[in-house]
Design a protein around this ligand. Structure first.
Ligand SMILES: [Cu+2]
Length: 188
């Protein structure tokens, strides 16, 4: 006969072993949408990334670190209103994902920030981003580079209607906007 405590231990062990072999984008408790990364033009060295994080556990977790091999440095950013001017800065303490909760990182709000880009990020490029959680979970997810107009506002849908973004494709207003915010957020 196996005691309850032993049963729980065996179960936990199985869960932990299982998580090492989980599909990209999720383990048993944390589920991630594919990351959407904003396309850049030559000369841009920073870009934003967006993702939806779902916590199916009854214990809160916290996104504490992000990394990607296409960026020298990656941070978790938040937007704040500084006397009417939206700025962004690194979010101290990361982002809590409530138990049975969902947090969407999206344009204009919480986002992943990739700095020191080693290459121009062209729409359609397939990359990978690794997210680390306070619980010790380390999850690598596919990331697709998208034109600003193609990035889903709620981050939940991988594909958006076609046609909406084509006005922006050559000009990259949003990208310029974003790097401007980067200066105001971190500069002087
Ligand atoms: Cu940022």
């Amino acid at each position: 006969m196996i005691k309850t405590a032993q049963r729980v231990f065996i179960l936990l062990t199985l869960v932990l072993l299982g998580s090492a072999h989980a599909f990209a984008g999720s383990d048993s408790k944390i589920q991630l949408s594919p990351v959407e990364v904003r396309a850049t033009v030559p000369g841009m060295t920073a870009s934003g990334g967006y993702v939806v994080i779902m916590n199916h556990s009854h214990i809160a977790d916290r996104l504490v670190e992000v990394s990607a091999d296409f960026a020298k440095k990656a941070e978790i950013h938040e937007m704040l209103n500084d006397n009417g001017v939206m700025k962004m800065r690194q979010r101290a303490g990361g982002i809590e994902i409530p138990a049975h909760g969902k947090v969407a990182l999206k344009p204009g709000g919480l986002h992943l920030m990739f700095m020191g880009l080693a290459q121009t990020l062209n729409a359609g490029d397939e990359l990978e981003v690794t997210l680390t959680f306070e619980s010790g979970r380390v999850i690598t997810v596919p990331a697709t580079v998208k034109r600003p107009g193609e990035i889903s506002s709620d981050g939940a849908h991988g594909e958006m209607k076609h046609g909406e973004g084509h006005d922006h494709s050559g000009h990259d207003h949003s990208g310029h906007d974003h790097s401007g915010q980067d200066h105001s957020g971190h500069g002087s």
